[in-house]
Design a protein. Structure first.
Length: 448
């Protein structure tokens, strides 16, 4: 990435609107605007009025206001000019094309924010939080994103890193100076509880973070069960619209159908899957494969049974496939029951998707999300950080296994060092950020 380039993009989105904003940032921002603007060149943090002129034809393109941010005390940390134009797509793009023709380069996704990071105006954490705020779909997601602007995540990880560093230091001293009597001794019996205690701390953080992260990103929910058990009716009921075709013909849903709905600020991402059964229909079989994949990706699995038929073997199979996930077994069509079936004593949630009687199911969906304290300092909302913490956890587990298998400290230290490297990567210490930055800022909008 070349910080000597001057970049430009439409920051307000390329749509018809009342006012559009075209942003220019870089060392030649002022020189470029001088070529196409006939108004006064402003000082830092001023607004001036004038016209954008096509410097090839000398014709007026639009009447505009220009915001001037000169110097380093602004968002990107370099000269920035923002043109407020009338918001038509044609005129906005014409202004952008004039800017590009006079020396600017079209900005990449997220490049303005990336420059802000590289110029020390914002932290990487804040850059990621800004992107999360832009993409928030619920009030809760927006509030969490804003709270991350001044996150204390690094303090949490720093404490873990320091605790691990002490363990590594003592272990290395025992490896290098094992013959010395005046060093703190570290054998398996002392090392194991220290590593295990650190692993427990990390496990608590991961568990809290995964539940909170579900709210932050949206909770994946798979609706599974036999054909014609009411899965599509439930999807339509929860979404409050007819997205799935509902018939009494088994196997109507031959592919996964997706939709989103919200309960008390928590976004649930539903997947209505094809009924799982033996079939010779090639298209239906492909849908069933997608159903199995949806179960694997889900945090919550809703297993639908109708009120007339209950398959004990299917219940065991789906429950086994849902290990490690929240599993909700649902009896549908209770409005049609004339007598109590022999399986109603089991721990099911009872609904009538057809009659919108799904309150108990909604309560079950929210079970893990009622008591989350989003201000808890032991929660990581950042996907990258949480993934790295999971890597650290795996390395610690390998270290414990090594101790259990009788390996010496010179072997175990390798896994402890891997753990330390993962924690340092969370803190952006001692590694090349370029690939990380390319991946992260590519998720931003153009002009941000």
């Amino acid at each position: 990435m070349n910080l000597n380039d001057t970049i430009a993009a439409i920051s307000s989105g390329n749509i018809n609107q009342a006012i559009s904003i075209i942003r220019i940032s870089g060392p030649d921002a002022v020189n470029i605007i001088k070529k196409i603007f006939n108004g006064k060149i402003g000082e830092d943090k001023t607004i001036t009025y004038g016209n954008i002129i096509d410097n090839n034809t000398n014709k007026i393109v639009d009447e505009v206001l220009v915001n001037w941010f000169i110097g380093t005390k602004n968002y990107t940390g370099e000269d920035t000019v923002e043109i407020n134009a009338h918001g038509g797509i044609i005129v906005t793009n014409k202004i952008l094309n004039l800017i590009l023709a006079n020396g600017a380069r079209l900005a990449n996704r997220g490049e303005f924010t990336r420059r802000a990071f590289l110029n020390g105006k914002i932290s990487l954490d804040k850059a990621e939080a800004i992107n999360s705020l832009i993409h928030a779909k619920t009030n809760t997601q927006a509030e969490i994103a804003i709270s991350q602007f001044n996150s204390k995540d690094n303090d949490l990880i720093e404490s873990l890193e320091q605790e691990l560093l002490r363990i590594i230091s003592i272990t290395e001293i025992n490896i290098d100076y094992s013959d010395y009597n005046d060093i703190e001794q570290m054998d398996k019996n002392k090392l194991y509880p220290l590593v295990n205690n650190l692993l427990k701390k990390i496990a608590i953080i991961i568990n809290k973070s995964e539940n909170a992260s579900d709210v932050y990103k949206g909770v994946n929910v798979a609706i599974v069960g036999k054909p014609n058990s009411g899965k599509s009716s439930l999807l339509n009921c929860l979404l409050s619209k007819n997205k799935a075709i509902v018939t009494n013909i088994p196997g109507t849903t031959r592919d996964t159908i997706e939709g989103e709905f919200e309960i008390n600020g928590v976004l649930f991402k539903l997947v209505d899957t094809a009924g799982i059964r033996e079939t010779k229909d090639q298209i239906e079989a492909m849908g069933i494969e997608k159903s199995l994949a949806a179960i694997k990706e889900a945090r919550i699995v809703i297993h639908m049974h109708d009120g007339f038929n209950f398959d004990e073997e299917e219940e065991k199979l789906i429950k086994k496939m849902s290990q490690g996930k929240q599993y909700i077994s649902v009896i549908n069509k209770i409005d049609t029951l004339t007598k109590k079936p022999n399986f109603l004593d089991k721990s099911f949630v009872y609904i009538s998707a057809k009659n919108n009687n799904v309150w108990d199911l909604k309560s079950s969906l929210m079970r893990n999300y009622f008591n989350i304290n989003f201000d808890d300092s032991d929660i990581l909302y950042n996907t990258r950080k949480l993934s790295l913490l999971k890597q650290a956890s795996l390395s610690l587990k390998e270290a414990l296994k090594g101790l259990e298998d009788g390996f010496g400290p010179e072997v175990v230290i390798l896994d402890l060092t891997k753990t330390w490297e993962s924690l340092r990567e969370i803190l952006n210490k001692g590694h090349d950020n370029e690939a990380l930055l390319d991946n992260m800022f590519s998720k931003f909008c153009l002009g941000k």
